[in-house]
Write a protein that binds this ligand. Structure first.
Ligand code: GLN
Ligand code: ZN
Length: 769
């Protein structure tokens, strides 16, 4: 029996890597310094695992930006547009250019596309393939890392993205071929790489194939068999670890069991239902790696349950098992001990485990099931038991009022009083907005001053009084600005909010916040998700004061601005002791109360942002309906408390609506604002084809770039929109919040936007007359 993990976090305990890379980008440190810092992080990670007692430790789980980009460079899979740059800059700079794009010295090259890594919040850089794609073994990163660890006396297992997952998560950049057809060209390069690793003395190689957690076509399944048969035949002496994670194997189970590999890793957090059948049919000599400690949450493992599972596997497999994390620990923060003096309540800390603690859990689980425990182990096991016992009873977690309220929800709670068309009539009368009403998505530029004052206030270096009067000043000038340029529906600007989820989490019971609980989102960007540990309730209004203040400054409508329940859930570390749907309903009720209070305070338009609804979709389509039904319902619970005359908006900032348009329509928001500007309104097609009945604000310019759109181009987009949608349903707005922009470009862009809307109104009027 051995212990292992699929990968270790790599950003450094205090985000050292992030800081080093960003300094390198600003030319503050040299490439040599950067490599040195990276090397220190890697060493620390390896020695940490060794010290804790992990038997089989990974290498090549480190990355300067992204492990998929690393593979692309290893195979020299570099899009043509970078070829010229390649001859002019160092390897490291080419690497960062592919990750971020370049715009200097006559170069203007866009980066590789970035997208979510399965259903995590980690983003990878999408490999680009052309029809005549060639692959060549290029970088020696994998070898170097193996050697680096070997120098410390650690014989690691290099981690590679398996050939099928690598191809399947990529994209064809030309028509006329399927990327799977490139497998024949790719496999020899894998073979070459494995050969080199064999020459170095490698024993195990881990092939990550999380694509096995998705529905595969026949051709894809066959390609799996082909690839692993080809590679294993060539390297009978290398031990192949095939790692599936993020789901169970389902229709790919037989295929997976038939692959000629030495170790099969399965995700028992999401695939426990398949353990029995795997134990029954797995080849006797094949090792089973049990992914039993959840690699993507922060909760303690329940030893009581896990030992039972391991012991069961032992009956069939004997010592031919490994104990492991379900997936790489990349998705989990470093070390809980850093939080001892932090802001997480002590009672909550005892239920948590970050990466370092998860490594210890894995080692302890091995000891428990092998029966060789020492004194300190027994104390740990007792603490584990105790934690789970008091978790069940803790009044910090369990609030019976909240539970009862969720249990007594009924259908009418998620329904507005009347259907949209009736509400629309009443709202038009009540709100008296012009045709093509103009608005923004909520936040205004978060200047250095705003951020620094907010931080000072948080650190108690600024009195509440001073801070509040600063916010009043910011809101007042934002309202004045919006009135001056002629926007129709105003916002207060969200200056008091650091983050759209954290702000609400901080004001709701059931959430805790770590100080160092960072996880990599992409490249050097890290996020610190709130910890949703208990029943959620709202004690006091969260946004009413500032919204009401803003409204008091203007006769125009000020839009209340809330984050929706699904987004709050999606962007937090969520408790695993009850179904997510139930937790989501608790949040929905808290937001519902806020909506009711805003309405009571005289706010007539309320926006409930749900940018994360889509990313919560399960990996397998089979499970979509269940998820969508509770997610949509949670939104409706939060929104349906208002009168017909109160207008509910929602906002989503992504681009694929086709497959969930019916569900978006079910949300029944009076107005939805979405991203469309980058695709020239093409994204509206889904809404048009579906005959989406409610009002829509298709984003008319891209806020992700400082570029100021001109009047004509916005008008052009609006004309396009009027050809697709009924005029009376169209809103005019940017495609997302403006917090990342600066004021100068924001002022110009919004002025142009308002002018375009006015021109459109004139046009329509003249055609009517
Ligand atoms: N209301 C939020 C803002 O304007 C929406 C942000 C988002 O869509 N991610 O910042
Ligand atoms: Zn957005």
């Amino acid at each position: 029996m051995k212990t292992t993990v699929l990968g270790h976090p790599r950003i450094g305990e205090k985000r050292e890597l992030k800081k080093a890379i960003e300094s390198y980008w600003k030319n503050k440190i040299s490439e040599k310094d950067l490599l040195k810092i990276a090397s220190t992080i890697k060493k620390k990670n390896w020695l940490n695992q060794k010290e804790i007692g992990i038997d089989i430790i990974s290498s090549n789980d480190f990355s300067f930006y992204d492990q998929v980009l690393d593979m692309s460079l290893t195979f020299n899979c570099i899009p043509k547009r970078f070829k010229k740059l390649k001859d002019n800059v160092s390897f490291v700079d080419l690497y960062f250019a592919m990750a971020r794009g370049v715009q200097k010295d006559n170069f203007d090259i866009v980066a590789l596309e970035m997208t979510k890594w399965f259903d995590t919040n980690y983003h990878y850089l999408v490999p680009e393939f052309e029809k005549e794609q060639k692959f060549e073994l290029n970088s020696c990163k994998i070898i170097n890392e193996y050697r680096e660890a070997l120098d410390l006396g650690i014989n690691t297992k290099p981690v590679l993205i398996g050939p099928l997952t690598y191809l399947l998560i990529g994209k064809e950049k030309e028509n006329g071929f399927n990327r799977l057809d490139l497998l024949n060209r790719l496999l020899p390069v894998y073979a070459q790489l494995i050969k080199e690793l064999e020459n170095e003395g490698v024993t195990y190689i881990q092939f990550d194939e999380p694509y096995l957690s998705l529905d595969l076509t026949d051709k894809e399944q066959k390609s799996y068999l082909k690839a692993y048969t080809f590679l294993k035949e060539k390297f009978p002496n290398i031990k192949f670890i095939l790692a599936n994670y993020f789901g169970n194997l389902k229709d790919n189970l037989n295929l997976t069991l038939s692959l000629p590999v030495d170790v099969l890793h399965v995700d028992l957090v999401r695939g426990l239902d398949e353990l029995d059948i795997i134990l029954k049919h797995q080849k006797e000599e094949q090792i089973l790696s049990l992914g039993i400690v959840n690699g993507r949450n922060i909760w303690k493992n329940n030893f009581n349950i896990s030992t039972k599972i391991i012991n069961k596997a032992k009956v069939t497999k004997g010592n031919n098992i490994w104990i492991s994390s379900s997936c790489s620990l990349l998705h989990c923060p470093y070390d809980l001990t850093n939080e001892k003096k932090g802001s997480i309540p002590k009672e909550v800390i005892q239920w948590l485990a970050f990466s370092k603690q998860k490594l210890q859990e894995i080692v302890l689980l091995k000891k428990i099931t092998q029966g060789n425990l020492q004194g300190s182990d027994i104390k740990e096991i007792e603490a584990n038991k105790l934690a789970f016992i008091n978790k069940e009873k803790s009044t910090l977690i369990h609030n019976h009022k909240v539970k009862n309220r969720v249990n007594s929800l009924t259908k009418p709670d998620s329904l507005r009083n009347n259907v949209f068309l009736e509400r629309q009539k009443k709202q038009k009368e009540e709100l008296q907005l012009p045709l093509f009403p103009t608005t923004t998505i909520g936040s205004f530029p978060q200047t250095k001053e705003v951020r620094s004052l907010r931080l000072k206030y948080k650190n108690k270096q600024l009195s509440e009084e001073t801070y509040n009067s600063f916010l009043e000043k910011e809101i007042t000038s934002a309202i004045k600005f919006q009135e001056n340029i002629g926007l129709d529906v105003l916002v207060h600007g969200e200056f008091e909010r650091n983050d759209m989820v954290e702000y609400f989490g901080e004001r709701l019971a059931g959430f805790a916040f770590s100080n160092f609980g960072w996880v990599q989102s992409y490249g050097t960007r890290c996020v610190k998700p709130p910890i949703l540990f208990g029943d959620v309730s709202r004690e006091n209004p969260m946004t009413v004061k500032w919204t009401q203040y803003a409204q008091s400054l203007s006769k125009k409508h000020v839009k209340g601005m809330l984050t929706g329940p699904v987004t709050i859930l999606q962007w937090s570390f969520v408790r695993d002791d009850q179904p997510r749907a139930q937790t989501c309903n608790q949040i929905a009720l808290a937001i519902r109360d806020e909506v009711a209070d805003l309405e009571k305070a005289g706010i007539k338009i309320i926006q409930i942002d749900e940018p994360a609804i889509r990313e919560g979709l399960p990996l397998r389509k089979d499970n979509w309906t269940t998820y969508l039904s509770w997610a949509v319902n949670a939104f409706k619970i939060s929104a349906s408390v208002v009168k017909d005359t109160t207008q509910i908006h929602t906002h989503m900032c992504y681009s694929e609506f086709n497959d969930i348009i019916a569900n978006i329509s079910d949300m029944d928001a009076d107005v939805i604002t979405i991203e469309t500007s980058r695709s020239e309104m093409e994204l509206l097609d889904a809404f048009v084809d579906f005959k989406y009945p409610n009002e829509i604000g298709p984003g008319v310019y891209d806020i992700h770039s400082p570029r100021v759109p001109n009047i004509n181009e916005i008008e052009h987009l609006l004309i396009k929109a009027t050809k697709l949608l009924p005029e009376e349903n169209i809103w005019v707005n940017p495609d997302c919040g403006l917090k990342t922009r600066d004021w100068p470009e924001t002022i110009l862009a919004l002025k142009n936007m308002v002018t375009s809307a006015k021109l459109m109104r004139k046009k329509v009027l003249s055609t009517i007359q």
